[in-house]
Ligand binder design. Structure first.
Ligand SMILES: Cc1cc2nc3c(=O)[nH]c(=O)nc-3n(C[C@H](O)[C@H](O)[C@H](O)COP(=O)(O)OP(=O)(O)OC[C@H]3O[C@@H](n4cnc5c(N)ncnc54)[C@H](O)[C@@H]3O)c2cc1C
Length: 465
């Protein structure tokens, strides 16, 4: 059987997509956010027409909207996601940059572990912009395709016949329902997707949901970007877990369009939310100096809080009874602790999995098991990164996977060595930036190098939590 690392490598390629063939009449995508637009882009190669059903009236510009209440929070697009956007939309990065996004090189990203500057990996980069900016560019490129359109209405349920999905029940507020017929349906309704309810109501299995309680609080501020550090595009500073959760477990900065800094402070546990700009600035002052500099300019708007109770995944790949011509993508399948910045890149890789599935010319009248098997590789990879880091916190009490103690020791060796050793940093960051599968770190040469680095240098000097 092909290894997960190999499948991931295939999905995360930036080779142009070729050999596409029209396999269906109309595909319907439920949800017009990041995952929905990316799925629609892929389906445009394989369907005569693609209809995106979105409950929000989608704005013409980069504006926040009610269906994505998290869109004011800091979002960065990891290297792996950036490669997929380039693949799906040639010229995407140039267009993003022309619109004001910052395409960061590894040398304009600073990272700190417990206050210690981490060595640059010299390879990974990000797209830094506000979330509405990135989403609006993906939307513009997708809706420019001649066979893709949006229907503004709420999806209310599915129609089934002879073991397959045949349509989507739609309706606006207070309106009659109608059925939008479909040859293929994609659920991209986000982490609160109702697909499980709809399946169960119609006699199908509901995917089991796995959760890990994380109780994370974000506080996000926008500040005018001054010229103090023109080379800085993004920074991340995190503290290793301690028995008493610190007021700031992690702080992130990105430069975004319109000469602004977007800054997020995150903490765990039942702590009072950070709403006051004076406290926000004071806490930034306790992080590495770039944080103090970033909050020195004028504050723009309020401090925006956000709470997320859990990471969750729905295991579609385990279902034994599932209708044909139906899949689910994005946060509707797996939504992680946002601190690790994996969600949008995961959605791009789900789109890559959909493309591979459809290019394999599957039997569409059978459940899309081979799609879910490909997608599972991406979900497992992201889940492993985020949950193993969260399990190291004393307030997270499981569930612990088999072999947890050994994998924790192993992960600590690699993470510690990545602070000072460029070669380990390249491999470690390639995984955390969703470019390669976590199993790529299991090469004995990587562990041996990490052990040597940690022994020769001692653990990096760390400030107390
Ligand atoms: C605080 C925070 C910070 C984050 N930071 C990052 C980051 O730095 N990097 C990163 O990559 N990811 C980040 N993420 C994750 C990222 O936001 C998500 O992974 C991404 O938005 C997933 O998109 P989606 O399209 O699956 O779902 P969503 O963005 O939730 O979109 C779901 C869409 O479905 C629509 N919808 C829902 N129900 C219906 C219905 N019945 N009918 C019609 N339409 C419907 C909604 O209106 C919405 O448009 C963060 C998340 C949070 C909460």
């Amino acid at each position: 059987m092909e290894s997960a690392a190999r499948v991931f490598a295939r999905l995360s390629t930036d080779e142009p997509i070729t050999n596409t063939e029209v396999l269906m009449g109309k595909a319907v995508v439920l949800g017009g956010s990041m995952a929905g637009m990316l799925a629609a882009r892929v389906l445009s190669d394989h369907a005569e027409s693609v209809v995106i059903v979105e409950r929000d009236a989608l704005p013409a510009t980069a504006a926040p909207r009610p269906g994505t209440p998290h869109d004011g929070q800091l979002h960065t697009l990891m290297h792996g996601g950036r490669m997929q956007l380039r693949r799906l939309f040639p010229g995407f990065e140039d267009e993003a940059e022309a619109g004001g996004a910052i395409i960061s090189s590894p040398y304009t990203i600073r990272a700190y572990a417990d206050g210690v500057p981490k060595v640059s990996d010299g390879t990974m980069g990000l797209i830094s912009s506000s979330r509405p900016f990135l989403e609006s560019l993906v939307r513009r490129r997708t809706l420019a395709l001649p066979n893709v359109k949006v229907l503004t209405c709420r999806a209310r349920g599915l129609e089934f016949r002879a073991g397959r999905v045949t349509g989507v029940r739609c309706g606006g507020a207070g309106e009659d329902e109608w059925v939008e017929e479909a040859d293929f349906v994609v659920d991209a309704m986000g982490r609160a997707s109702k697909l499980g309810d709809w399946l169960e109501k119609n006699g199908w299995q509901r995917p089991a949901m796995r959760r890990m309680a994380i109780d994370i609080d974000y506080a996000t501020g926008y500040f005018r970007r001054t010229d103090a550090d023109p080379e800085l595009a993004a920074a991340i500073a995190y503290r290793t877990p301690t028995a008493t959760p610190p007021r700031v477990a992690s702080g992130a900065i990105t430069a975004i369009e319109d000469d602004r800094w977007l800054i997020t402070l995150a903490n765990y546990g039942k702590q009072p939310p950070i709403r006051d700009v004076a406290e926000f600035r004071k806490l930034c002052g306790e992080l590495p100096p770039v944080y103090r500099e970033a909050v020195a300019g004028d504050q723009l708007g309020e401090i925006l809080p956000y709470h997320q109770a859990d990471s969750r995944r729905r295991d579609f790949h385990l279902l034994t009874r599932f209708p044909a011509r139906l899949i689910s993508v994005g946060d509707a399948v797996a939504s992680f602790n946002p601190i690790y910045g994996q969600g949008m890149s995961s959605a791009t890789l789900h789109a890559s999995a959909l493309s591979e599935y459809l290019r394999s010319r599957p039997d569409l009248d059978a459940p899309a098991r081979s799609f879910f098997a490909l997608q599972r590789v991406v979900v497992d990879a992201a889940w492993q990164i985020s949950t193993s880091a969260d399990l190291a916190r004393p307030d997270v009490t499981g569930p612990y996977p088999r072999g947890y103690r050994l994998s924790k020791w192993f992960a600590e060796q690699i993470a510690d060595a990545s602070v000072t050793d460029r070669s380990v940093a390249v491999r470690f960051n390639s995984v955390t930036y969703m470019r390669t599968h976590p199993r790529s770190l299991a090469a004995p040469s990587t562990l041996l190098r990490a052990l040597r680095v940690n022994r020769s240098q001692g653990k990096p000097q760390r400030e107390k939590g």
